[in-house]
Ligand binder design. Structure first.
Ligand code: ADP
Ligand code: ASP
Ligand code: MG
Length: 440
């Protein structure tokens, strides 16, 4: 069985859904198709949630109306026969009625998650109606019945496996399943999600749970590129990546993959393919245990980084000092991305300010603490790059004009990370494109 995940742009227009139906019916192999919300929908739902949270209900009402109109015209082009159009119309009406009811209820975080879930529920249900019209036999699998996270927001792979296997067993006669990406249930049984871009994570978790033959991530670009195509003009696709390389790129900002989406496939040894819905014949990127080649493959940038510097003369020769500092971050479940130390100071970076205040308060007794926001981690990724000749010299020659705040080299064999102020991000990615890849 294989997994095929289609992102927002891949289902964002009626004609794209037509294309998806062709791609999923091309070969006979049984498959689970994971769909994101139509492009723009989750952003719109986030805005609706924000308006309700801040009490701007009239604004929320208008935002809901605008989104509903979009869906009403979408279904007019999606299906042709009246019977199926009426079904699609009823689905749209049901979900927008739900949003309008939410408008009248007092806001809560749980309610917000319900709002965010509407996008994937709509896209899969509408796609199912479209498949029905085309006479393509399939089964809609409700993700909320098997996809779950624990009290620390970690996916419960064991339980996902059990529930999903049971569901599939009940429908042995089917060979095509459609399900929602992104959405899940949390430890309290409420509707929740796997964070923005989470449909990739859904796909990889399902692939791991059922030991799929392959996990295909279909998107709007022909695979992982050597640099961020949103920032630099000329980028090229990478044919092959190891799980480690792909995981580093995903974690350090390559938007094509959700930051955590590689580990399930890696752990259960399911190959991942990144493919282009708009250009299905393109090779894309194959991600397996093999890197294919040695040397620099790509650079990525992760924004929103906070730099925390702790200076203390008491650190001089003090063993156990780092442990005490790390314990503070552990207590607040905040992971550290980069770290540098000297005899009297330690700098760490984190990517979330959720518990920043509490963390800083607990760090105070250790020395002078300074915090700077708006940093970006630039990661240079490639198999064994730490041992590759010339990488460091090329890197630093290219970056002569950029003030580098921190460097992490040697922690991973496949990654060299640099911390820069976010205002230098575009320039840094452009300079590296020329310096490391010879591209403008
Ligand atoms: P989907 O909606 O299919 O999940 P995303 O927008 O989440 O698609 O991811 C695809 C986008 O990721 C591309 O359109 C591209 O702009 C962006 N991107 C950022 N870095 C990279 C990279 N290194 N390689 C390919 N795409 C990248
Ligand atoms: N629709 C969700 C988002 O926009 C999940 C996804 O697209 O992967 O974040
Ligand atoms: Mg995505």
């Amino acid at each position: 069985m294989k997994i095929m995940k289609f992102g927002g742009t891949s289902v964002g227009k009626p004609e794209r859904m037509h294309q998806v139906s062709e791609l999923i019916t091309k070969e006979k192999e049984e498959k689970i198709v994971v769909l994101s919300a139509l492009s723009g929908t989750t952003n719109a739902l986030v805005e609706i949630g924000n308006s309700i949270a801040t009490g701007e209900r009239e604004q929320a009402k208008q935002q809901i109306e605008k989104l509903e109109k979009h869906y009403q015209s979408f279904i007019k082009e999606l299906v042709k026969k009246e019977e199926f159009y009426n079904k699609a119309k009823a689905i749209v009406a049901e979900h927008f009625e739900f949003l309008n009811i939410i408008l009248k209820i007092s806001f809560s975080e749980a309610l917000n998650k319900d709002i965010l879930a509407q996008g994937e529920l709509l896209s899969t249900k509408l796609f199912s109606v479209y498949l029905d019209e085309k006479g393509i036999d399939h089964m809609l699998l409700p993700a909320l019945e098997f996809m779950s996270i624990d009290a620390h927001d970690e996916p419960q792979i064991g339980s996902i496996k059990v529930k999903l296997t049971q569901l599939l067993k009940q429908h042995k006669d089917k060979s095509l399943f459609i399900t929602q990406g992104y959405i899940c249930r949390n430890a309290r049984g409420e509707v929740d999600n796997l964070k923005r871009g989470g449909s990739d994570y859904t796909a990889s978790l399902i692939a791991a749970a059922i030991n799929a033959s392959v996990c295909e991530i279909w998107t709007d670009i022909d695979g992982m590129h050597n640099n961020d195509p949103r920032v630099v003009k000329k980028t090229v696709p990478i044919e092959q990546l190891s799980f480690e390389e792909a995981a580093e790129l995903a974690y350090f900002g390559a938007k094509i993959l959700h930051p955590a989406s590689i580990w399930p496939a890696q752990f259960y040894k399911v190959p991942v393919k990144l493919l282009n819905t708009m250009q299905p014949e393109a090779k894309g990127t194959l991600i397996t245990g093999q890197a294919g080649s040695v040397g620099v493959k790509a650079v990525a940038a992760k924004d929103g980084i906070i730099d925390i510097n702790i200076r203390s003369s008491r650190m001089l020769l003090a063993y156990g000092f780092l442990r005490k500092i790390f314990e503070v971050f552990e207590k607040y479940r905040t992971s550290i991305d980069m770290i540098t130390t000297s005899e009297v100071a330690v700098s760490v970076t984190i990517d979330s300010d959720t518990n920043l205040k509490s963390i800083l308060k607990e760090l105070e007794p250790f020395g002078t603490v300074e915090v700077e926001k708006n940093y970006t981690i630039i990661s240079v990724v490639g198999n064994e790059i730490a041992q590759t000749e010339d990488v460091l010299s090329k890197l630093f020659t290219a970056l002569t004009p950029v003030p580098v705040r921190m460097v992490s080299y040697g922690g991973s064999k496949h990654n060299i990370s640099l911390l820069i102020h976010s205002s230098h991000k575009t320039k840094t990615l452009q300079l590296l494109n020329r310096g490391l890849f010879g591209l403008e």
